[in-house]
Write a protein that binds this ligand. Structure first.
Ligand SMILES: Nc1ncnc2c1ncn2[C@@H]1O[C@H](COP(=O)(O)OP(=O)(O)OP(=O)(O)O)[C@@H](O)[C@H]1O
Length: 685
C-alpha cells in the first residue's frame, strides 16, 4: 500500500500527480507541460517504489545531464528515511551504458577499452585525415564536421547521404546539392571507415559506441537479457521528448526487462540538432504495447501572466501542441518587454535591476536566472557582472576533465591502464620538453611492441633514453604499483609532474590551474580502479564533486556555495526555475534564427527554445530585445513577410513594454542620410 508519509514529507502531490506516482500498469508515458511537476513525479515515483519494497538498485533513473540525475537522486533520498535510497542510481544514457560495460566486462566484450571524449575523437579524426590526405583534400570538410556527420548518422540512424545533407547542407535537397553530395560521399565514406578502423586498433570507444555496444548485445543475446532481468525492474526516463533514435534503439529491448516510466513534454523538445526526435513521444502508445498515457496540466511554477505569454507563443505555431497551461498560483506581474539599443545597455540594465532587487527588495542573487541562446552572447554581461561585483556562475562551460592540465596528468594514467592507447601516449610523451610529435611517434612505434605493462614498465626508459626516459619510466612504474589506489596514483603522478606543469602553464598556473589537482585527487578517491576513473571520470562532469562544486573552466569556486546569479544557455536550463528570469536578445533574426527562416522544423525548434526560456520564471519575467533589429523589421513588414519574428504580432495586453530606464541618451540624427565621397583621402600623384 502506498505510504502517504514519504511523498507528503517533501512534495505534496495533486490528484493527477498522485495517480501518476502510484501507477499500477506496466509502462507509462507521463505527458505534461512546463512546470506541471514532472520532476516531482519522477522523484515521487522512485520514492514510492522504494517504499513499496522495490530494491533501489533495481531502479535506474535516466536523464540528459549529470546535474539533473544528481538532483533527482538527492531529492528521493531526502524524501525517505533511514538511507533507504542509498543505492539508487541516476545517470545519463552514456554513463549508464558505461557502468553496465564496467560491471559486465566479459558480457559486453569491452574490457581493456578506453572511452574517448570529444577532444580525443577529434585527435583520432585528425590523424585519419593526415593519413588519407587525398580524400581529405577532396571533401573540403573539417575533421570536426566529419565527426558530426558520423555521430548524427548513428544517433538518428540516417544513412550517410542524408547525414551529409543535414549536417553540411542544412537539409537542402536541390539538384546542385545532390551533385555535390554524390561527389564527396565516397570520400567521406573512406574517411569515416578509416576512423572506425583507428578506433578498433586503439581499442577506443567513443560516446556513441557505449550505447551501441550495450544495445546490440541486449538485442542479440538472450543471455544478456537474462542477466539484466535480475538486475533491473524499473527505468525512469526524464525529458523523454529529447531521446533520439539511437537512444530508442537502446531502450527498446529493455521493454522486456523493465517497466518504463517516461516523462516528457513535446513542447520542450530542443535537441533536434543532436538527433532528438520528439515523435518518440507521439509514437509511444503505438510502439509500446501494454502502455498508458497520463497528462498533467496544472502549472505550479509561474503566475498566469507568464503562462499567458507562453501559451500565446505556442498557439501561434502551425503545429498543434495542445498545451494551455493554467497557473495554480493565479495572477501576478505582467512580463516586461525591454527595448535596448545595444548589448552593453542590456547588460547594464540587468545588472542594475538585480542590484536593486538585492539591496532594496530583499531578494538574493540566486533568485535571478539569465537565459541566452548562446554562451558567446553572455560575455558582455559577464564583464559587467565582474565589474559590478555581482557573483555569478555559468552553466554550459568546459568540463573539469576536459581542461588541458588535467588531461596531461590523466594521460599518464591512461597509458598504464591501456598500453595500446595511442592518444594517451602521444599526449603523455609530448608533454615533456624536447619530445615533439615526430619523436613521440617513433617512441610510440616501439612502445606498441611491448607485450604487456610489465614489459613496458621495465623497458620504456631505455626506449626513450636520457633524463626524459627516466622520468617517464619512473611515473609509469609509480602508477603501475599504485593502480589499486587511484588517489595515491594521482598524488604521486602529480608530484612528479608538478614542476613541468607549472612551467608549461606558467601564465595562469597559480591563479587558475594549480588548485584543480586537490580536486582531481578527491575525484580519484571515488574510484576503485584507474580504468573506472578514466572511463567514468571522462563522462562525469566534476562540477558537483562530493558536494563541493567546481567552477566552469575547472577552478574550485567558492561562490557556488554562496549566493550567486545563474547565467545559462536555454539548453542547459532545462528543469531550472527562478523567481526572476531575464531572457536575452529576443530579437528578430534570433527568434527564430535568420538561417532557420526557410526551414519550418528549425523555426519551430527555436519557438520551443523560447518557450523553455519563458516558462522558467516564477514571478518576474524580463524579455529584452535590440531596437536596431526591430526597426529593420518594422520598416519593411511587407517586403519581409517571412521574417517570422515570434514577437511580431505580440498583443499589447500580454506584456508591459518599456524602454530601458538606464539607456544611454541617443544622439539626435537628421532624417535624410548625407552622401559620402569615397574618392577622397588618397593622393595618387
Ligand atoms: N502539487 C504541487 N504543489 C505545489 N507545488 C508543486 C506541485 N507540483 C509541482 N510543484 C512545484 O512546481 C514547480 C515545477 O515543478 P517541476 O520542476 O517538478 O515541474 P516540471 O514539469 O519538471 O517542469 P519543467 O518541465 O518546466 O522543468 C516546482 O517549484 C515544484 O516544486
Amino acid at each position: 500500500m502506498f505510504t502517504q508519509k514519504a511523498t507528503l514529507k517533501n512534495h505534496i502531490l495533486n490528484e493527477q500527480q498522485q495517480r501518476a506516482v502510484q501507477f499500477k500498469g506496466k509502462h507509462l508515458l507521463l505527458l505534461a507541460g512546463a512546470g506541471t511537476g514532472k520532476t516531482r513525479c519522477i522523484v515521487g515515483r522512485a520514492a514510492y517504489l522504494i517504499e513499496n519494497g522495490i530494491q533501489p538498485e533495481k531502479i535506474q533513473i535516466l536523464t540528459f545531464t549529470k546535474r539533473s540525475a544528481n538532483e533527482i537522486v538527492e531529492r528521493v533520498k531526502a524524501s525517505l528515511t533511514d538511507n533507504q535510497a542509498q543505492s539508487l542510481n541516476g545517470s545519463t544514457f552514456h554513463s549508464w551504458c558505461n557502468q553496465l560495460i564496467v560491471r559486465y566486462p566479459n558480457l559486453f566484450g569491452a574490457s581493456n577499452y578506453t572511452v574517448i571524449d570529444p577532444d580525443d575523437q577529434l585527435s583520432v579524426m585528425k590523424m585519419v585525415c593526415g593519413d588519407r590526405i587525398i580524400e581529405y583534400k577532396g571533401v573540403r570538410i573539417k575533421p570536426q564536421q566529419l565527426l558530426d556527420i558520423y555521430s548524427y548518422g548513428r544517433n538518428t540512424r540516417k544513412n550517410l547521404t542524408n547525414s551529409i545533407r543535414e549536417r553540411i547542407y542544412k537539409g537542402k535537397s536541390d539538384a546542385e546539392t545532390n551533385d555535390e553530395i554524390d561527389i564527396i560521399r565516397p570520400k567521406v565514406e573512406v574517411l569515416l571507415k578509416a576512423y572506425q578502423q583507428k578506433k578498433e586498433e586503439g581499442r577506443y570507444l567513443d560516446y556513441d559506441d557505449l550505447l551501441l555496444v550495450v544495445a546490440n548485445r541486449i538485442r542479440n543475446d538472450d543471455e544478456a537479457k537474462e542477466i539484466l532481468n535480475h538486475q533491473l525492474e524499473h527505468l525512469l526516463i526524464d525529458e523523454f521528448q529529447d531521446t533520439n533514435p539511437l537512444q530508442w534503439y537502446l531502450l527498446e529491448p529493455f521493454l522486456d526487462i523493465a517497466k518504463f516510466y517516461c516523462v516528457g513534454d513535446d513542447a520542450q523538445s530542443i535537441y533536434s540538432f543532436r538527433g532528438a526526435d520528439y515523435k518518440n513521444v507521439h509514437l509511444f502508445s503505438e510502439r509500446v504495447p501494454d502502455s498508458e498515457t497520463y497528462i498533467l496540466d496544472t502549472n505550479y511554477r509561474s503566475t498566469q501572466e507568464i503562462l499567458d505569454l507562453s501559451n500565446w507563443l505556442m498557439e501561434e505555431s502551425p503545429l498543434d501542441y495542445r498545451k494551455k497551461l493554467m497557473a495554480s498560483r493565479g495572477p501576478g506581474i505582467k512580463p516586461k518587454l525591454v527595448n535596448v539599443s545595444s548589448q552593453w545597455e542590456e547588460a547594464n540594465y540587468i545588472a542594475e535591476n538585480i542590484l536593486e532587487n538585492f539591496t532594496e527588495n530583499n531578494k538574493q542573487f540566486a533568485d535571478h536566472l539569465i537565459l541566452s541562446k548562446s554562451t558567446f552572447y553572455t560575455k558582455p554581461l559577464q564583464a559587467v557582472f565582474i565589474q559590478k561585483k555581482i557573483p555569478y556562475v555559468t552553466y554550459g562551460g568546459r568540463k573539469f576533465m576536459e581542461a588541458a592540465h588535467i588531461k596531461d596528468v590523466v594521460s599518464a594514467l591512461r597509458v598504464v591502464n591501456n598500453l595500446f592507447d595511442e592518444i594517451g601516449w602521444m599526449r603523455f610523451l609530448t608533454f615533456w620538453d624536447g619530445i615533439g610529435e615526430i619523436k613521440a611517434g617513433k617512441y610510440l612505434n616501439k612502445i606498441l611492441e611491448f607485450k604487456d605493462p610489465i614489459d613496458c614498465a621495465q623497458h620504456v626508459g631505455e626506449v626513450i633514453g636520457g633524463p626524459e626516459g627516466e622520468k617517464i619510466a619512473d611515473i609509469y612504474n609509480t602508477i603501475f604499483v599504485n593502480s589499486g589506489n587511484v588517489k595515491r596514483a594521482l598524488q604521486e603522478t602529480y608530484a612528479k609532474m608538478e614542476l613541468s606543469l607549472a612551467f608549461k602553464y606558467r601564465k595562469d598556473w597559480e591563479e587558475k590551474r594549480k588548485s584543480d589537482f586537490p580536486v582531481l585527487e578527491m575525484l580519484g578517491d571515488n574510484y576503485a580502479s584507474i580504468g573506472q576513473l578514466i572511463s567514468e571520470g571522462i563522462l562525469e562532469n566534476a562540477k558537483q564533486l562530493n558536494g563541493n562544486p567546481v567552477l566552469e573552466g575547472s577552478k574550485l569556486d567558492d561562490s557556488e556555495i554562496k549566493d550567486h546569479v545563474i547565467i545559462s544557455t536555454v539548453h542547459s536550463a532545462k528543469g531550472l526555475e527562478a523567481d526572476t528570469c531575464y531572457v536575452l536578445n529576443v530579437s528578430p533574426k534570433v527568434y527564430p534564427s535568420a538561417w532557420n527562416l526557410d526551414d519550418e522544423e528549425r523555426t519551430e525548434e527555436d519557438r520551443r527554445v523560447l518557450y523553455v526560456a519563458l516558462t522558467r520564471a516564477k514571478n518576474e519575467l524580463y524579455i529584452s530585445r535590440d531596437t536596431n533589429s526591430i526597426n529593420t523589421v518594422n520598416t519593411q513588414p511587407s517586403t519581409h513577410p517571412n521574417s517570422k519574428y515570434f514577437l511580431e504580432a505580440l498583443p499589447d495586453r500580454l506584456v508591459e513594454q518599456t524602454i530601458n530606464p538606464y539607456s544611454l541618451i541617443k544622439p539626435k540624427d537628421i532624417n535624410r542620410p548625407n552622401k559620402i565621397d569615397l574618392s577622397l583621402g588618397m593622393d595618387f600623384s
